[in-house]
Design a protein around this ligand. Sequence first.
Ligand code: C2E
Ligand code: MG
Ligand code: MG
Ligand code: MG
Length: 280
Amino acid sequence: MKNSFSTKTHWHLIEKTTSRISTISNDLPKAIEREELRLHYQPKVDLVTGKVVGLEALIRWEHPELGLIFPNEIIPVAEELAEITTIGNWVLSQACRQSKEWQDNGYPPMIMSVNLSMQQFTSGDLVATIEGTLNEVQLLPRYLELEITETMTANIPETIQTLKRLKSLGVRISIDDFGTGYSNLTHLKNFPVDVLKIDQSFIRDLTENPIDQAIVRTIIHLADDLKLEVVAEGIETADHFRFLKDHNCLVGQGYLFSKPVESRFLIEKIHFIESGKYLA
Ligand code: C2E
Ligand code: MG
Ligand code: MG
Ligand code: MG
């Protein structure tokens, strides 16, 4: 029997959603000057030694009325409003500054990963911006990693040029969400990238699903043959961790180790991870 509830249009919900979207688009351009943007950091862990080897910076927005807003609601709106470059530059400089500050405070250097959006990647001055930020912050390029997605590698000649120029600055390039885009493997051959990040959708059911296992093993082998590093995203369970470690995936990140956290909680998190207590 069909119930009237499911077929009725819930205007109050639609209105609520519409007003949320318009609040977000109205307020986003002012978020930087109002100092409402934050970066949270998620550790990347060497699965063999258990040490934290890197951090991924992930944007958050502390909206005064709506509370914490996540990138799935920030990035598309920022692209739409052509605010992505401003926001992307803020992320880049904030992440580099934080990384440098930790190093200056005597913590062991860790590679800082920053996600790039399509518009940022294809904008003409990305390379100059990155070079400028590194100089200004005095962070060595080898401590910065840029995460791009496969879809961003679709526009071949320009992409290769941009990647080569970035590589010649000395920064690392990683392909995020690997396996979910239009994986054209011949591109990989020509792209000067350093890292493949296995998308979390292949990890979620890894221990039960033989297809995911085959995909994950294949990406690890591919990375190995191409002399690329491989990182697994979305490690949530000890079983995920063991499978990946047993199949020679050397680096991983996921809720098993830590959710993305504010910088002030990071040192504590790193101690927790390096104590191995997540397996207890
Ligand atoms: P991503 O780069 O693939 O980042 C991984 C996302 O998965 C993050 O979500 C992270 O919190 C989440 N995650 C990490 N470990 C686990 C896990 O074990 N289980 C599950 N279920 N999720 C996990 P977040 O922070 O919401 O970011 C979503 C996406 O938004 C990112 O995906 C990235 O594509 C984009 N993004 C985030 N920050 C920025 C930014 O500063 N600039 C740009 N252009 N994009 C960003
Ligand atoms: Mg990423
Ligand atoms: Mg990803
Ligand atoms: Mg993603």
